[in-house]
Design a protein around this ligand. Structure first.
Ligand code: CP3
Length: 358
């Protein structure tokens, strides 16, 4: 597919500008000049420049200030030389935007004032309009003006992971209320996930129309499910999200943690790129996902604490396992941790680029 064949709903100059980037080429499973690298949670608390600009500003507040979002999104691109930017926001922003009473508590995560437990709660989840998230459109406009050939990844939380925060009321180890609804009231569960799929699809569309070159659906906590339950109770909603943005022709990435047993089904949900955590080597992950998909991953984030020689050795293992893949985007198996040394991340980017230069 050439830039001219892409659908017209993306700003045309932006499509052309980023088309031949290593990141988009790898997502499309085309030859690359080097393996592209970006890090989940690359913008954030591991960077002193982030802590400085966030001083005195709440997390959700900061997501609604376009100039600040632009600056925070660009910080890791400038510092590390990563191959893609990820839009600075949080998975609960679209829920906040439609009026759900929630906050992000430092050191805890998203906390919902009144958890969702009954059918009546569905009425609290109205459709999302572009006006609800005007600041996203504005921030992406500012960003694409500065990013040049570097692609911007938009993102959203997947229906299961969003439902978990809504139903539990906050972060949860066992997802007991969520699973109670899924097993005990499958009709309400299906309706809840379908509502969340509508909202998530609309939110990703806003980001793509504003200029995002790819999107990632974070289903961070879906690894808590067995494959049969994933297929029956979650896959239809995630598939609906991917279908909602299919016509844009931008790569769609699907990521979760602890999803070794779900990789094949996650591929079936419709993504172009499947994100893999560190528990499954990429060659084995490729067998599970099947042909026709690129893979993203999968260095154990904790390796970054082990010193330079160990980081390089473990990175080379990831690259060796990725050698036969149709397309590979290097990433960590989960997000950057706040206590990571930013210089170790910068060195890691350079190492991957060096080792894979063609
Ligand atoms: O990747 C990036 O650089 C973009 C930024 C980003 C944030 N949240 C910023 C953030 C992304 C992609 C997310 C997604 C997100 N949010 C996920 C999926 C990714 C994953 O890690 O699995 C999840 C599960 C959430 C929910 C959430 N929001 C958690 C668990 C936390 C951490 C709470 C804490 O303080 O430990 C947040 C808050 C959050 N989101 C922060 C940042 C930078 C920290 C808040 C701060 O800086 O004050």
């Amino acid at each position: 597919m050439s830039a001219n064949d892409l659908p017209l709903s993306q700003p045309a100059d932006r499509r052309t500008e980023t088309h031949d980037s290593a990141f988009l080429r790898a997502c499309r499973r085309e030859p690359v000049p080097h393996t592209p690298v970006w890090f989940m949670r690359q913008a954030g608390r591991s960077l002193p420049e982030y802590l400085k600009v966030r001083e005195g500003i709440g997390m959700l507040d900061s997501c609604m200030r376009p100039e600040l979002v632009k600056e925070i999104t660009l910080q890791p691109v400038r510092r590390h030389g990563v191959d893609a930017a990820i839009y600075f926001s949080d998975i609960v922003v679209p829920l906040k935007a439609i009026g759900v009473d929630l906050d992000i508590k430092p050191g805890v995560g998203p906390v919902v004032a009144e958890p969702f437990r009954t059918r009546a709660d569905l009425a609290r989840l109205r459709d999302l309009t572009p006006e609800d998230v005007w600041y996203v459109t504005e921030a992406i406009g500012l960003l694409t003006a500065e990013l040049g050939a570097t692609p911007l990844i938009g993102f959203a939380g997947a229906p299961f992971t969003l439902a978990s925060y809504l139903v539990e009321g906050g972060p949860s180890r066992n997802h007991e209320h969520t699973k109670a609804m899924m097993y005990g009231d499958p009709e309400l569960w299906a309706d809840l996930l379908d509502r969340l799929a509508e909202i998530t699809g609309a939110f990703l569309k806003v980001q793509i129309e504003a200029g995002a070159s790819a999107v990632q659906l974070f289903d961070s906590w879906v690894g808590a499910l067995a494959p049969a339950d994933y297929r029956r109770s979650v896959l239809p909603a995630s598939a609906k999200v991917f279908a909602a943005v299919e016509s844009f022709g931008v790569p769609r990435i699907h990521f979760g943690v602890g999803t070794g047993e779900l990789l094949g089904l996650m591929g079936e949900a419709g993504a172009d790129v499947v994100g893999v955590d560190w528990r499954v080597p990429l060659d084995e992950a490729a067998r599970r996902v099947g042909p026709g998909k690129a893979l993203q991953g999968n260095l154990d984030p904790a390796v970054l604490f082990a010193g330079r020689a160990a980081v390089e050795a473990k990175t080379d293992e990831v690259l060796a396992a990725a050698a036969g893949l149709e397309g590979h985007v290097f990433n960590l198996g989960h997000g950057v941790l706040p206590s990571m040394d930013p210089d170790a991340l910068t060195r890691l980017v350079a190492h991957v680029h060096e080792r894979t230069a063609r």
